[in-house]
Design a protein around this ligand. Sequence first.
Ligand SMILES: N[C@@H](CCC(=O)N[C@@H](CS)C(=O)NCC(=O)O)C(=O)O
Length: 239
Amino acid sequence: MTYELHYWPGIQGRGEFVRLALEEAGAAYIDVARMGGIDAMQEALTDERTPHPAFAPPFLKHGRLIIGQTAAILLYLGPLHDLAPEDVEGRIWTHQIQLTIADLVGEAHDTHHPVSLDDYYEDQKEEALRRAQSFRDDRIPKYFRWFETILARNPDGPDHLVGKDLTYADLSLFQVVEGLCYAFPNAMARTLSGTPHITALRRAVRRRPRIDAYITSSRRIPFDRSDVFRHYPELDDPT
Ligand SMILES: N[C@@H](CCC(=O)N[C@@H](CS)C(=O)NCC(=O)O)C(=O)O
């Protein structure tokens, strides 16, 4: 059954974590809003007959199932496409890592919108400058120390976050590194100089044939300033 991914057209955003999993799986999916179906997305969000409406995009439709929340979508897709371990302990650990990545994505977003989602960046720039400094100096290093540590402590070796095979968490860590390197190139160069396992994982994911085919295709939307990860030079470390 073909998956329907509902997400804002024109940005990678949180939808990209789902796209990467679907692409790596070689799954049949329609990116509904990108195919001109933004009305279908809005309707699904507001349809009064839906017993489990998603709060916000991204959400995935699969048959009669509608699943919102990026981490819940991946929790669902993982076992169906060999992108999660088979045992409960491994699955919940993968989910825990994904939820931590979601926290990091939220904090990255808040660097450019620390006060209100409804206001322009320019109207909250002073707060953004303070928020971004603490994000670069404290939060990025703390998250990346943790990712590096769990890679180093993986009993099956540091090639993957969980077990000996690729999981959706590896794909998501790749995406978050790509996004942060776009948004904060200077701070990330500093951080990644001390995280060899993360750097190796990023390279390995980038080289996977289906990920490479996707990233070099027109399906991969470029990063830009309307996305979750935004590059404003004044929010990055000075060169
Ligand atoms: N925790 C949710 C966050 C979803 C979210 O914030 N979606 C954004 C786009 S990336 C949105 O459209 N939000 C609308 C809103 O919060 O009102 C997830 O990880 O999927």
